[in-house]
Write a protein of this length. Structure first.
Length: 525
């Protein structure tokens, strides 16, 4: 079973943000002092229109089930608009595309500080409803809409904006014993899917770049008559923010980037950094279990627990267990997946691992195992939900910036398997055979306002990447002392810093606690 299917992170900025980060690594080009492309021939103008309406069923599916009345109150004062921008900024009088956005006006207009654009990452994630996910009562970041108009933008290629539809490519392999020939077959299949996607509209896909998305944001700033634009982005949204700041430093109000992307790596360097982070966090999980040996019985030291879990994984790979009331066989991939999740899930995962020890085929599944693996299928999605993620945009925004040969993917896979005890086994050559030229992120050092938060123990976007980004483009680095990807706006002590920064411009203390470690086994275990 793939570890990604076991994620239990307690908060998502979008309904489908479980795959928020791509591990994108890019070559970096130094940005020019002014925008690299000429301005459009006509001043951009907003076309205001009625906002789409959503049923209670749709709002429930989007995560607003406990706050439908509050959402509707916010939605009633929301303004929805579109903007026409050049597809290719080097030919501003050529083909044009539509950018859709929402604006949630500040509640304190007398002390309004400007507009704050939001991005949930992905890449390919819709930002259209992000203002309401942050402003709804109970959200730790709810204060952001007091003095800022919150802008929820669907970037080019996403949601209500001009876009292209492409089906997902082949699923990545989670088999740590994957052979080079098998990997090559997966690479070739992904390459065929990528080339078919680009062929649907090559001109559009060639211009689906992070730099053009940043230029679109600047056109929105101009159309809204804002001298400066503030910005909050997480995961891949940090790349968008960094590029916007590099291209338009004089137009930045205040900017916060959480879970920062690698600014200048390669596929291999990224694999090495993430494998090291995974190895370290596996050790943290093992130490947490060891401190609770009376509950779990895997050993009293991290080394003993690590050895026991690795042995269990290998034994299940050699002889998978089949329970009579669960359809899929249980192999070592489940152990690996449970051992590599972020800390909010440790208590539940440790209980499942305890029940798997000594499990026999032909019996019913133990209770925690059954609860994990017997989840009923999700209900049929309601009609009319807005798109939350766009596969074609994800591909283009990633692959237009990333050289990705088979050799690079295969070497990264081998490095990860050799350095990480469970191997993780993930081989997903997302940018295989990409037929368009690589266009690096244009990043440069500027003095524009910027605070970045890196998560000290995170694996998805490891902490060293935040330090590397700071060294390249400047700004202040803030530390979140947890291992949860992009959760700073959702954790009260961290969100308070973010809200305070946007309201005052002062960086404040340099760290927050973030999501705390579970203190004990789950109730009833």
């Amino acid at each position: 079973m793939s570890p990604r299917h076991l994620a239990t992170a307690r908060w998502r900025l979008t309904a489908a943000a479980g795959a928020l980060a791509t591990g994108l690594a890019v070559a970096v080009a130094q940005a020019p002092a002014a925008p690299a492309a000429p301005a459009a021939s006509a001043a951009p103008r907003v076309s205001w229109q009625a906002c789409p309406q959503y049923s209670d069923a749709v709002l429930g599916a989007l995560g607003f089930g406990d706050n439908i009345a509050a959402f509707r109150a916010l939605w009633a004062r929301t303004q929805c608009g579109t903007l026409q921008v050049p597809l290719d900024y080097s030919t501003p009088d050529g083909r044009r595309i539509t950018i859709a956005f929402t604006r949630l006006p500040a509640t304190d207009q007398a002390h309004r500080l400007g507009s704050l654009a939001l991005n949930p990452g992905g890449p390919g994630g819709s930002g259209y409803l992000m203002p309401f996910q942050l402003a709804v009562p109970g959200s730790p970041a709810a204060g952001l809409d007091t003095r800022y108009d919150l802008l929820g933008v669907d970037l080019r290629g996403i949601g209500y904006s001009s876009k292209l539809e492409c089906p997902p490519g082949p699923r990545q392999s989670q088999d740590p014993t994957l052979t080079q020939a098998q990997a090559r077959s997966l690479y070739d299949a992904q390459a065929a899917a990528n080339q078919a996607c680009v062929a649907k509209d090559q001109a559009f896909m060639a211009q689906e770049t992070t730099a053009n998305a940043a230029r679109d944001l600047n056109q929105l700033r101009i159309a809204l008559h804002q001298d400066k634009l503030s910005y909050l982005g997480v995961s891949w949204g940090t790349a968008l923010g960094a590029v916007y700041r590099s291209l338009f430093p004089a137009s930045v109000g205040r900017m916060w980037l959480d879970s920062v992307m690698d600014p200048a790596g390669t596929i291999g360097a990224d694999a090495a950094t993430r494998a090291a982070a995974a190895q370290r966090d596996f050790g943290r999980f093992a130490a947490w279990i060891a401190a609770r040996d009376s509950s779990y019985g895997f050993g009293t030291t991290a080394a003993q627990v690590s050895a026991a879990l690795l042995a269990m994984s290998r034994a299940l790979d050699a002889t998978p267990v089949t329970f009579t009331d669960i359809s899929q066989p249980i192999d070592g991939g489940l152990v690996a997946g449970l051992s590599t999740q972020s800390s909010p899930s440790w208590s539940e995962n440790a209980q499942v691992l305890t029940e798997l020890r000594g499990a026999k085929s032909g019996t019913t599944a133990p209770p925690a195992v059954k609860q994990l693996l017997s989840t009923p299928p999700p209900p049929q999605p309601p009609a009319g939900p807005p798109e939350q993620n766009n596969q074609a945009a994800k591909l283009a925004l990633t692959c237009n910036a990333l050289p990705a040969s088979f050799a690079a993917y295969w070497q990264a896979h081998q490095l990860t398997v050799s350095r990480y005890p469970f191997g993780q086994g993930g081989f997903g050559p997302q940018c295989a055979g990409w037929p368009l030229p690589v266009r690096p992120w244009p990043l440069r050092h500027t003095a524009a306002p910027l605070e970045m938060s890196g998560h000290r123990w995170e694996v998805t976007t490891p902490y060293p990447w935040a330090r590397q980004m700071q060294a390249l483009i400047g700004g202040i680095l803030f530390t979140v002392n947890d291992d949860v990807h992009a959760d700073a706006p959702a954790v009260p002590d961290c969100a308070a810093h973010i809200v305070g920064y946007f309201n005052t411009g002062a960086p404040g203390p340099g760290q927050c606690t973030g999501s705390p470690l579970p203190a004990s086994p789950a109730p009833g275990t």
